[in-house]
Design a protein around this ligand. Structure first.
Ligand code: LMR
Length: 396
């Protein structure tokens, strides 16, 4: 029998740079190596622990869950209801809301992208730099992308005027991707005035915002982190929000997320959710149930919810402390990097060339993606000074 190679004519694919970094780091035998790559929270011991409240909820589920039968493409209504309450508050900006559970935040973004493509949206506008997977997700559904510069890495400042001008040049009906908080990769927050300015442009131009909400609660606090998004929700027509529970509940591998649609016309939201559900059915049928059941068991319970709020706070406070120390240590090499201290969440981005990133990795055992993004939670407090000493000479 002749040998076949049906797939040999396919284009070779590069592994995702962030995921590739995990394997490279694991294979490095050096003891002083530091992983500032993929965005997972690490504690002072360098671990990514299961939250105590998640363990308690799993225990409860083990005792009470009576069936593993299907949950349907739209997922668990209790999860969707309780998560919406956390994310948007009781009145969700006075808008109607409908949601669908998804396999993680990436699944939420992909489903939202599929809806934009089905809805024949012309284009989605994306600020750069952005999360390495954003462009791949929208490219996969054939959406055109418009980009604008969001952040000056050398100066560590948000380019507010460039962003507003780009949005003003968008065509009515275009979508615009925004990040709710803890911007990936820059950590940059926006002022209340800037959020209002963005809301005004979106409303005036009739754009459709899609929020990537992956870090709520890890910046300034759960309500504070959503304030900018709520400004937009209150001011514009319809809004899509992709929520991830990976970081805020440390549920990374459980793939727990949701897409919410907010607006004023129930029939429009229902059609949107119906289309999202039909796409889900045709791609993965229905979302994994376990993570969502954990989230619902936490948020519905009067003792577990406060325990979760406390643990989320512990993560937030640790990252803010590391940030302050890192800002001071890195500013010795580049004064602009003092800005790391006022940024929020897991990430900041350093002015460093991809060549120097690789050299730094080879020579000093510090791992980060080529973009120069660092996960501040990847450092223990005792490592901050030595990491900055090792990275400093490679900055551009
Ligand atoms: C990250 O940005 O590192 C995380 O969101 C993990 C991922 O899937 O890329």
């Amino acid at each position: 029998m002749s040998k076949t190679a049906f797939f040999d004519s396919l284009a070779e694919q590069r592994p995702d740079p962030l995921l590739e970094l995990i394997a490279k780091f694991a294979a490095d035998p050096r003891s002083g190596k530091v992983d500032l790559g993929v965005g997972v929270y690490r504690d002072e011991m360098g671990r990514t622990p299961v939250m105590r409240v998640v363990k308690a909820a799993e225990h409860y589920l083990w005792e009470t869950q009576e069936s593993k039968s299907y949950i349907g493409p739209e997922g668990d209504p209790a999860f969707l209801r309780t998560l919406a309450l956390e994310v948007f508050g009781e009145h969700h900006g006075g808008r109607l809301i409908s949601g669908i559970q998804t396999p993680g935040g990436t699944g939420a973004l992909r489903l939202a992208a599929e809806l934009l493509a089905r809805d024949k949206r012309r284009k989605i506008w994306i600020g750069t730099p952005t999360w390495v997977n954003h462009q791949a997700i929208f490219a996969a559904v054939g959406l055109q992308m418009g980009t604008y510069r969001f952040f000056d890495i050398g100066k560590q400042i948000v380019l507010v005027d460039e962003m507003l001008t780009s949005l003003q040049n968008a065509a009515p009906g275009d979508a615009v991707l925004l990040q709710t908080s803890c911007h990936n990769p820059t950590g940059a927050g926006l002022s209340p005035q800037t959020w209002q300015d963005i809301a005004a442009v979106i409303a005036a131009k009739g754009l459709l915002p899609l929020f990537d909400n992956a870090y709520q609660g890890l910046g300034r606090g759960p309500i504070e982190d959503a304030a900018g998004m709520m400004t937009i929700i209150e001011a514009v027509g319809e809004v899509m929000v992709a929520v991830s529970c990976s970081k805020s509940f440390s549920l990374y591998r459980e793939r727990t997320g949701a897409v919410y649609l907010l607006g004023d016309i129930q029939a429009s939201l229902d059609k949107g959710i119906g289309n999202l559900a039909s796409h889900a059915r045709a791609s993965y049928s229905m979302p994994p149930a376990h993570g969502a059941a954990i989230v619902a068991a936490i948020l519905q319970d009067p003792s577990r919810r406060p325990a979760w709020v406390d643990e989320l706070g512990e993560m937030r406070i640790r990252m803010a402390e590391i940030r302050r120390a890192a800002a001071e240590a890195f500013a010795r090499f580049r004064p602009e990097l003092a800005g790391i201290g006022s940024q929020e969440g897991m990430f900041s981005v350093l002015p460093i060339s991809p060549e120097n990133v690789r050299q730094l990795q080879a020579e000093r055992g510090i791992y980060m993606p080529d973009s120069g993004r660092i996960n501040v939670a990847g450092m223990r407090m005792e490592d901050v000074a030595s990491v900055a000493e090792r990275v400093g000479p490679y900055l551009t």
